[in-house]
Design a protein around this ligand. Structure first.
Ligand code: MRU
Length: 383
């Protein structure tokens, strides 16, 4: 029998410094700073973004990760490009060339391209470099604030789904499964998938979260578990393959995940393994919700499996695993050095397996018609 009710050792006291942000401007140095997520939960290290190289490295190496945070980091990246514009060059050509490099740092999360293009649109109408610098910084700040507000609203809308299940179960524990980290670390505050979870906890709803470890980089075990623990939310880390078993035994009431890119027809790209959870949820009649801000929709794509570019990362991330031992972070090999390894970072869950989207504007079905009703202005051109 399951004994997760007993395993409450993972619950830490509520953190005293909530809310905290994953990205901010240091008032003393006027530089952009982020938490280096590669070392959590073992080490809390701050990483400073001063050059385009710093920004691209941070995104590629996953110092920062998660679609909304990648977007906000890239928006500040445009402002950093302008801060470092050398004299005597064609400023616009240089800017556009470097923005292209930035947009290619990671391929799957649409927020990256969205954020760079959004800041570019604001600055290209200006000619003066100093004005461009100031406009870029303001727009990056605006995007950060907007993503915070979007996630807050996702929490407000999404908690109704948890409350409904809780009422149906007469206040008994609601078990929610989540995959990867779609928390405040992946965004700026609140998170997407975690926003309704934090809200439910604040309202005193009895919840317990199944946290998929999320191999190969363990964003669930390292980051989601850390976030939930810091907030005092009852949770249990499970292996990535455990969810189907739990669902068959009535131990999952709902699934909530985030996404890196969703088509306007409702297909969802998210961390590798999400698709398998959706299949298992469908087979067991369990609601499978996807929480996302509008910045994560790709308004140009109608088929996720055919059109979304799935990132393939270095196979060393599969070959080795990192963890803490005697106070230091160590990396060990887990397979024969001569075997090949493949590292697909994301997969696509077709709309038919998604119960619906939780967005900043409300909840809708994962279909073109329903998405259009919530975001009509994105469909101004006839498709
Ligand atoms: O490779 P990562 O860690 O950047 O992948 C992140 C995810 O898959 C998240 O679920 C997704 O970005 C949603 S974040 C709110």
């Amino acid at each position: 029998m399951h004994d997760f009710e007993k395993s409450k050792t993972s619950v830490c006291p509520k953190r005293s410094i909530w809310p905290k942000r994953s990205i901010w401007i240091d008032k003393n140095t006027q530089t952009v700073k982020v938490i280096d997520q590669r070392y959590l939960p073992h080490k809390y290290i701050i990483y400073e973004l001063k050059t385009l190289k710093d920004v691209i490295n941070a995104i590629k190496q996953m110092v920062v990760r998660g679609a909304p945070l990648i977007g906000v980091t890239a928006a500040y990246g445009v402002s950093i490009i302008l801060q470092n514009t050398p004299s005597g060059v064609d400023e616009t050509a240089c800017l556009l060339e470097e923005c292209e490099l930035l947009k290619n740092a990671r391929p799957t999360a649409i927020n990256l391209v969205y954020a760079v293009d959004r800041v570019l649109e604001k600055i290209l109408v200006e000619n003066d470099l100093n004005i461009r610098k100031s406009v870029a910084l303001t727009e990056a700040d605006n995007l950060a604030e907007e993503e915070v507000e979007n996630c807050r609203k996702i929490g407000e809308h999404g908690v109704a789904l948890i409350k409904e299940l809780s009422d149906k179960k007469n206040g008994e524990q609601i078990n929610i499964l989540t995959h990867c980290n779609a928390g405040w670390l992946a965004c700026v505050e609140y998170g997407t998938a975690t926003a309704p979870i934090y809200k439910a906890h604040d309202l005193g709803i009895n919840i317990h979260i199944w946290v998929d470890e999320t191999r190969p980089l363990n964003q669930g075990a390292r980051l989601t578990a850390w976030e939930l623990g810091e907030y005092g939310i009852n949770h249990t880390v499970i292996t990535d393959n455990c969810g189907g078993h739990l669902m068959q035994h009535g131990l999952v009431d709902m699934v909530i995940v985030g996404t890196d890119r969703s088509t306007y027809t409702g297909d969802v790209a998210n961390k590798i393994g999400t698709y398998l959870k959706a299949l298992a949820a469908k087979d067991n009649n369990i609601p499978f919700w996807v929480a996302l801000p509008s910045s994560t929709f790709d308004w140009d794509l109608d088929s996720g499996v055919d059109q979304i570019n799935i990132e393939e990362r270095n196979s060393d991330e599969v070959r080795f695993i990192s963890g803490e031992l005697d106070g230091s972070i160590q990396k060990v090999s887990i397979m024969p050095a001569t075997s090949r390894a493949a590292n697909y970072a994301f997969d696509v869950t077709p709309a038919r397996l998604v119960s619906g989207f939780i967005t900043e504007r409300g909840i809708c079905k994962a279909s073109e018609v329903a998405i259009k009703q919530l975001f009509p202005e994105k469909f101004v051109l006839d498709r």
